[in-house]
Ligand binder design. Structure first.
Ligand code: ADP
Ligand code: MG
Length: 472
């Protein structure tokens, strides 16, 4: 039976597959293509020089054994390395008799040495290659407020920073909606890791920048340098990996970098604006790798966390703002921390430009004008707070079962305004007001309507409260 390169290589693969893990097999052997068989020399094509080095350093014995089995004692393996993806120019490198760890540059035919990959992250002029980690020092753990919305992600991130690649959180994938702190947390991990392990190389890069660099490297024939650069990072942080969606070549190179780092005990941290299951346009093999470690989500912050974040921000910036205003902002903007901060910044700008005092009135005006796109709906929490402040009651009292007349009235007003000003159902309004049922809320709304018509004092309450909610 005639031997073809495909047949020989397939037999080799069977043998190799039985001797290494499936994961390693997929990563390192499946991409190899048999291309030529001449006498007893088999030539295979590998995707990069790095790939070749890796095979020779890690699998030389296995390869030797299988080649001997298939092609006899004199059997030899030659590698063709794709130097340039565009014109698939290749370099041949011998295997087996090559001394392990020998510098493969020696084998490169003159003229085939690639142009140097100019990496923008490398600080020029330093002897030892030093990398600018691209970290923003303001995004530290110290400035990251912990809440139930981020507890898991934060503590996993903290653990990873203490012991990079030393936890089962590798990769650590942080996901969540926009403006919920993914980028902040990713930087915090990098900053802490550098602090604890100054000898380690940390790099933060957005998936978008990674993609641009990769495209640039294709244009300059420097993709090998590109992947070498990334393969020497100890802690690699890639922000917004959803950007890789439907970018097959970028996913491909990232896949190889990922494998290399992971196998060499390097830590990978990823962020995504959606859960792994919702990452469409992402190759299955990448997705399955994302699941190796831990996926932790960031959720919308609760009220206390929003207030704490604003207070932290004010403290960092050394500004003086009353609690009322902070609470008003925190009550009004609920879904996005970036918008919450944006509102605070606009408020400060407004106040200083127009030399106005920072008051609730100004905050309300500003939110109406600038934060139109947020859920500008008044929240039930806010309504309850305003009603309680007005009647000088505690929220707990409002939500209690007390039947005292003034408290019952306050409670009914809170329910009435919740019905008027929010889209919540009667059942939900009741539940949020101390576990009352929908009939109670309906009754409250009717009572308020009746009392407005018949009771002068009560009408005044309603009018004054309406002003506080700035009804249109
Ligand atoms: P994402 O990357 O998820 O879109 P960012 O990390 O850019 O969000 O966060 C938006 C803003 O909110 C940033 O200014 C960040 O500092 C701030 N922020 C988010 N979460 C927190 C937090 N837990 N504590 C303090 N600031 C936070
Ligand atoms: Mg971000």
């Amino acid at each position: 039976m005639e031997k073809t390169p495909e047949k020989v290589w397939n037999n080799c693969l069977k043998f190799i597959q039985d001797n290494i893990s499936e994961q390693n097999f997929e990563t390192w052997f499946q991409p190899i293509r048999p291309i030529k068989l001449k006498q007893n020399i088999l030539t295979v094509e590998v995707p990069s020089k790095f790939f070749y080095e890796w095979l020779e350093e890690n699998y030389i014995d296995l390869i030797k054994a299988t080649i001997k089995k298939e092609l006899g004692k004199e059997g030899k393996l030659l590698y063709n390395i794709i130097v340039n993806n565009n014109n698939s120019q290749s370099i041949s490198l011998p295997s087996i008799n090559r001394k392990i760890n020998a510098n493969p540059e020696h084998y490169l035919p003159s003229g085939a040495v690639e142009k140097k990959f100019k990496n923008p992250f490398i600080i020029p002029g330093l002897k030892k290659v030093q990398i600018n980690s691209q970290l923003n020092i303001n995004y530290s753990f110290e400035n990251f407020i912990e809440g139930s919305c981020n507890r898991l992600a934060r503590s996993a991130g903290f653990a990873v920073a203490q012991k990079p690649a030393g936890t089962s959180f590798n990769p650590l994938l942080i996901y969540g909606g926009v403006g919920l702190g993914k980028t902040h947390l990713a930087h915090a991990i990098g900053i802490k890791a550098k602090e604890v392990h100054p000898e380690k190389t940390v790099l933060y890069v957005s998936a978008e920048k990674f993609t641009q660099q990769f495209i640039e490297s294709i244009r300059n024939n420097t993709t090998n340098d590109f992947s070498h650069f990334y393969q020497m990072i100890d802690i690699l942080i890639i922000d917004d990996v959803q950007f890789f969606s439907s970018k097959e070549k970028t996913q491909d190179i990232f896949f190889h970098i990922f494998n290399h780092l992971h196998q060499n005990n390097k830590q990978i941290i990823l962020t995504s604006d959606r859960a792994p299951v919702d990452l469409t346009g992402m190759e299955q093999r990448l997705l399955s790798r994302f699941k190796w470690g831990l996926s932790a989500d960031l959720q919308q912050p609760d009220l206390e966390t929003r207030i704490a974040i604003l207070k932290k921000k004010i403290q960092i910036d050394g500004i003086d703002i009353t609690n009322d205003v902070i609470e008003y902002l925190a009550y009004s903007i609920t879904t996005n921390i970036r918008e919450l901060e944006g509102a605070l910044i606009s408020l400060l700008a407004q106040a200083s430009l127009n030399k106005k005092e920072i008051s609730i009135a100004l905050a309300r005006e500003m939110i109406d004008r600038f934060v139109k796109n947020t859920t500008r709906e008044v929240s039930i929490d806010y309504i309850q707070k305003v009603v309680c402040d007005y009647f000088e009651l505690s929220i707990d009292t409002l939500k209690s079962k007390t039947r005292k007349r003034n408290i019952v009235q306050a409670r009914q007003l809170a329910m009435y305004f919740s019905k008027q000003l929010t889209k919540s159902s009667l059942a939900n309004i009741g539940a949020r007001c101390g576990g009352k049922d929908h009939a109670t809320v309906l009754h409250a709304c009717k009572t308020v309507n009746n009392l407005v018509d018949t009771d002068k004092d009560f009408r005044l309450y309603v009018q004054e409260l309406e002003k506080k909610f700035t009804l249109p």
